[in-house]
Design a protein around this ligand. Sequence first.
Ligand code: AGP
Length: 609
Amino acid sequence: MCGIVGYIGEQQATPVILEGLKKLEYRGYDSAGIATLSSGESAIRRSEGKLVNLENLLREHPLSGVIGIGHTRWATHGRPSEINAHPHKAGPVIVVHNGIIENYLQLKEQLKQTGHIFKSETDTEVIAHLIEEKLKTENGFDIAVRQALAELHGAYAVCILNEKEPGTLIAAKLGSPMVVGLGTGEYFVASDIPAILAHTREMVFMEDGEMAVFSNGEVSFSTIAGEKLNKAARHIDWSPLMAEKGGYRHFMLKEIHEQPRAVRDTIAGRLLESDGDVYLEDLPFSDRQLAAVKRIVIIACGTSWHAALVGKFYIEGYCRIPVEVDIASEFRYRNPVINESTLAIVISQSGETADTLAALREAKSRGAMNMAICNVVDSSIARESSGVIYTHAGPEIGVASTKAFVTQLTALYLFTIRLGRATCSIDSPSGQRMIAALKKVPALLEETLKLNDHVEKLAKKYMNARDFLYLGRGKNFPIALEGALKLKEISYIHAEGYPAGEMKHGPIALIDEEVPVVVLVPKNSAFDKTLSNMEEVIARGGRVIALCSEGDQEVGNRAESIIEIPHLNEDLDPLLLSVPLQLLAYHISVLKGTDVDQPRNLAKSVTVE
Ligand code: AGP
């Protein structure tokens, strides 16, 4: 997830782009850059780190020109550094890109063979070289761009300049957002509305497979294949703050709604469907090394720890390797049994959590193989691990983790397939089945998000409770823990998660008509048992909110309230169940008037022990 801004008009481009990038910094902030064209020559400034570094650089080395493109980066391929920062240039072509080009390695190889020399580790640079290559045989800039884009697999929003056509800017999109702002004699392009809201409120939203060519004071829209389009502008009356949150009231709600995209990006380019296997680009372990693993320890904190608990079910269930799950702050103080045949997996959204980093170092010092599941590229944990699976959730701003959690589950599922294939515990047809199921998740998450209004009504009904209980069995027990954590951290209501079968060993004493009990009871192998546990709660006057599979009348007739989720399978239902629990916590918090995105006493990244 990166931010793009483009400008063409009569003003100096750099200040317009820089101001726009500041509004997009929430989309990425590990490096940034701007390119402008002036008298047929390009100039580029790039710098590592936050935008303020680029701003300082531009103060020392200003850029002039009335046409330009800029980028703020959230690294996916290649560590954050000046060399990997956008724009990327090949010959006369300059590109900024948001998205992931899945076939970039293959294209890079082909281009190298025709003499192209690459300077960065990014997938984006391939786009610039490919257009340069097409320009050799095509006179038209736009035709060369169309031909190059047709060869890309994956997702992109791109802005492109060509020194040889200094009055033209091209933008195109497939799978990543892009909006065009219409000014008077000038045009703006951006990944998101806030970047250009100060200049215009008349916007054209580009759809997948569309391209815009800005030249001679005009814009023409077409499909990438070349078919002309008439696109209507929309008037945007959002306030600037609303715009930054994509029109959502809070970052948390925006991030909840980003989950289909986040899972799609985490899967993108990694599925080897015909082999029933996956390709994890930053995991350097051979099949032999993976087959030598005798024991796995997964270590994490908070929400990431809940993901780890689900991972135990995946790995033990499919790969038959014992998995222990540890809270990072406990791990290093209990003299853990770790040796060379242990694989330590640390999970962290931020990659900077002090306890998790210390646990990784502890595991390494004891000779364990190690790897991370991490969202922030080149964070301390990612750098210090021998291998990493990046979750491509994009920056998570809300303190309450949502999209990071669901993508951590996705990464654990992908790793399970890889490990199972390496250890021969998953054969090719089983791998294919697992992949086929995983591919359904983004669309089903979209379906699940439609529950928002229903969950908001339930929030009104239950918001005044003093305590909540969350019950689940098997893989859904960690989801119950996660649901309870979400509620307590943002609404400050006391909530506990329990394995449903454990209730009668003590916690059932808490049940009365004041306590809402959220029961996770989708159709699965534990359904009957969970239903009985639900009955035990109802028999004691508890107010049950049941999360069940769509159309389940058995549950529907018994529970006080129900939330029906689309049914996928026992492995992946936890991802779908997470969404209404996040929404329930969110709406209760909004109704109670707490600070949803920055709840009291909490920090997004806990960098102290
Ligand atoms: C969850 O909503 C919290 N923000 C918190 O539990 C978080 O998951 C925990 O601090 C771990 O952070 P990490 O994933 O960045 O390491």
